[in-house]
Design a protein. Structure first.
Length: 214
């Protein structure tokens, strides 16, 4: 079955452009559109799309508030934030709301389609500059006390892999560093995400920094 997508942007031309780009992928189907945050929440409730491409700045309810409301009702939906404003304020607000991806509207067509596929598969996706901001944001923050170590449920290998993820390494880079296959690296990451009850790779990085693993 194709990946179902909801487009949420207050500019009709932007939605038309995204629809045209995504229509070229046989495995992706745009099933709905919304021009406001409130409309996005209502439409998502009805259509329950796999992925939502969400603008941040829309009339009334903004995209971040809409993302939070949608994921409260249906945590299985994946939201990719698309914006022209790549600032810390928006990055961290979007991640805190549960977004699985954050891309600027300058992303190329292949990158847009890849983003849909990546988040639909349960992974997180951020542009390289945003990833650097995420890592940098948590460097130097006070960590939780050792008695509240949420990472204690992980094996030593899983902790090692999570630490490399938090360092910004890709699955291939982790595999090369630990002399394992990329599939094995991905398996360790998936198990860590499950054990720690976090949504995705981004939340895994945040938790690793909060608990002082890095």
């Amino acid at each position: 079955m194709p990946i179902t997508v909801l487009l949420a942007d207050d500019q009709q031309l932007v939605r038309a452009g995204f629809r045209s780009l995504l229509r070229r992928a046989r495995d992706i189907e745009v099933t709905g559109e919304a021009a406001t945050g409130d409309e996005a929440v209502r439409t998502a409730r009805t259509l329950r799309p796999d992925v939502i491409l969400m603008d941040i700045r829309m009339p009334g309810t903004d995209g971040i508030t809409a993302t939070r409301a949608i994921l409260d009702e249906n945590p299985a939906t994946r939201v990719v934030i698309l914006t022209t404003f790549e600032t810390d304020e928006y990055v961290f607000a979007a991640l805190a709301a549960g977004a699985s991806g954050f891309l600027t509207k300058e992303v190329d067509p292949d990158g847009l389609r890849t983003a849909v596929r990546v988040v639909a598969a349960g992974d997180a996706l951020l542009s390289p500059s945003v990833t650097r901001r995420v890592v940098g944001q948590f460097t130097g923050r006070p960590v939780r006390s050792p008695g509240n170590d949420r990472l204690a449920v992980l094996t030593e290998r899983e902790r090692e892999v999570v630490k490399l993820v938090a360092g910004g390494l890709s699955n291939d880079e982790i595999a090369a560093r630990l002399v394992i296959s990329p599939l094995t690296a991905k398996t360790h990451i998936t198990r860590a995400i499950t054990k720690l009850s976090v949504r995705d790779r981004v939340q895994l990085v945040i938790l690793a920094y909060e608990d002082g693993l890095v």
